[in-house]
Design a protein around this ligand. Structure first.
Ligand SMILES: [Zn+2]
Length: 294
């Protein structure tokens, strides 16, 4: 591509400067184009394949660098196709499976006995979900199993993630048999495969976001998504980030937009306790009309 541009530039210059106006009254002689230059002109042009991207063509070298620190306007992102919001939690196993197929979300049904009778519709994602790959970064393969409804919720969240350039989530676990909430002793959403714990968000052309390093500020007890809105009130927009906390603002924007869209009903962040220092717990809770964030 570069030699072609160079050659084009030379030819244009030759053409433009062959007229008297270019160099003043005196016609400017065209520079000699030697054999070496001819080789550059001829060689790569013919064989170079055209790549149809469908995107607007941006001349090489002029495209802006990836906006690594830019916080996307997540509220402007259109909803994904298919079921969204709290309706996801109400899907029956049969309807949920049909929804995944309709949306083109690749999965296999889990046959692991430990999920039987506990996870309503146990699945393992096998490919990108709405353009975002889910990679399991935990220890036991069992923990990659999730309930179908969680996978639909992640699909509904995907456009928000893509708006931030996220192409892959690396998570620490989804299904954990018998998992309990440490503070209350109650069954955790993990015990039914309805929760997962993302840590890393890999991005197109930018550094990965790591909850452990990048979720800033993380003042203990502070509401992660700002003041709780009154009933029927839209949550206030998140404030612009302080200098050096842009990555944290992007993480927060994505997570809090998932909350605003009512995709997850229990969301636990590094603000809550040390156990959540390196990940965000995102859980689908069927049959409730509330959301808890902390
Ligand atoms: Zn969790």
């Amino acid at each position: 591509m570069v030699p072609r541009l160079v050659a084009t530039t030379v030819l244009l210059w030759v053409s433009a400067c062959s007229v008297p106006a270019c160099g003043g009254a005196e016609p400017v002689p065209a520079p000699a184009v030697g054999p070496a230059a001819q080789v550059v002109v001829d060689a790569p042009v013919v064989t170079e394949p055209e790549i149809a991207t469908g995107a607007e063509e941006v001349p090489e070298g002029i495209a802006p660098p990836p906006a690594e620190d830019a916080v996307p306007d997540v509220r402007a992102v259109p909803d994904a196709d298919g079921t969204t919001g709290r309706a996801i939690a109400a899907l029956t196993p049969r309807a949920c499976r049909a929804e995944l197929r309709r949306l083109g979300v690749p999965f296999t049904a889990s046959e692991d006995e430990r999920a039987e009778g506990v996870v309503a519709m146990a699945v393992v994602p096998t490919g990108p979900v709405g353009g975002v790959t889910l990679e399991f970064a935990g220890r036991r393969a069992l923990h990659r199993i999730m309930d179908c409804r969680l996978l639909v919720a992640i699909h509904a969240w995907a456009p928000v993630l893509r708006a931030a350039g996220v192409n892959r989530i690396r998570h620490l676990s989804a299904f954990r048999p018998g998992a309990r909430v440490a503070s209350t002793g109650q069954a955790s959403g993990h015990s039914r495969g309805l929760a997962f714990d993302p840590r890393f968000f890999d991005r197109d052309g930018a550094d990965p976001l790591d909850v452990l390093e990048d979720w800033q500020p993380r003042e203990r007890g502070a509401p992660p998504c700002g003041r709780e809105p009154e009933e029927g009130e839209e949550p206030a927009p998140l404030p612009p980030p302080a200098e050096g906390e842009e990555a944290g603002a992007i993480l927060r924007a994505m997570v809090c937009e998932g909350v605003r869209r009512e995709l997850f009903q229990v969301v636990v962040t590094p603000h809550h306790d040390d156990a959540h220092a390196n990940h965000v717990h995102l859980e689908v809770v069927p049959g409730v009309d509330w959301t808890w964030t902390g």
